[in-house]
Design a protein around this ligand. Structure first.
Ligand SMILES: [Zn+2]
Ligand SMILES: [Zn+2]
Length: 267
């Protein structure tokens, strides 16, 4: 491996996230916050729980960031002959060939120019993760957002507990300036994580991806239908997203909807 590969955007962004996470945690521990007061009283359960959650959020971040988001195989699978592959695709769907990596794209897949691969059930390319969010890591991404929000809100409360406003303001700023900056940073990140979590829960509940939501007018398989063909109601959407049940390809689900539509029109 070339030495400059160690400084790839992925390595930089993951190192930045890790340093920021532990830096903020350290600021909260070093100032006169509730964390410090618990420690001095010998109550270690809450500080240890906080540390455990911070570590958990960091490990989830690294897992989502480093895992395969669901890349489409560029090599044809030897155990699946070509005839069988095409036979599995219901009629009426013209699968597209990617013009960059030349693979046959399954329904809902999209080519990511940053990853230079096609990703199954592509959601978006996350610059904070330096990885795509797709079929394989989207559930873990939502879990990460939820845990990160809990950690951020708890951190925000802890920072607030240590601000203890007093005059003169010059002295306050010298002793609490860093903690106040941390408080502002945590407020900003909490807002971003909260908005992202809310929007992803909405998308997951309606079985839509970010890409489909913002570009539905440009996507052929969505334009052919009056409403989202993958939406099977809240319970089934959530069960499929988090547990992979009921299983089945998007092509089958898309074709099923057509049959249902046809039969309801016939009635
Ligand atoms: Zn591609
Ligand atoms: Zn990507």
């Amino acid at each position: 491996m070339a030495p400059w590969a160690l400084l790839s955007p992925g390595v930089l962004v993951r190192t930045g996230h890790t340093v920021l996470t532990w830096g903020i945690t350290l600021v909260l521990f070093l100032h006169d916050t509730e964390l410090r007061q618990w420690e001095e009283q010998g109550e270690l359960l809450l500080p240890l729980t906080f540390l455990f959650l911070v570590l958990g959020s960091l490990l989830l971040y690294l897992a989502v960031s480093l895992m395969d988001p669901g890349y489409v195989n560029t090599q044809p699978q030897p155990q699946e002959p070509k005839e069988e592959q095409t036979a599995m695709v219901p009629q009426g769907i013209a699968l597209r060939r990617c013009r960059y990596c030349l693979v046959l794209q399954p329904l809902r897949a999209r080519h990511c120019r940053d990853c230079r691969r096609c990703v199954r059930r592509y959601d978006h390319h996350c610059p904070w993760m330096e990885n795509c969010v797709g079929e394989r890591n989207h559930p873990l991404f939502v879990a990460y957002l939820a845990l990160q929000l809990v950690v951020l809100l708890w951190g925000l409360y802890l920072a607030w507990s240590g601000l203890q406003f007093f005059q003169p303001w010059g002295l306050w700023l010298r002793t609490r300036g860093l903690l106040f900056a941390t408080f502002l940073l945590l407020s900003f990140f909490s807002l971003v994580a909260g908005l992202l979590l809310a929007s992803h829960l909405y998308l997951v509940a309606s079985n839509t991806t970010t890409w489909e939501f913002i570009s539905s007018h440009r996507i052929a398989y969505l334009r052919q239908r009056p409403s989202n063909p993958f939406n099977r109601g809240l319970t089934r959407n959530l069960a499929h997203f988090f547990c992979g049940w009921p299983s089945g390809s998007w092509e089958t689900l898309w074709a099923e909807e057509e049959v249902e539509e046809g039969s309801s029109q016939a009635v």
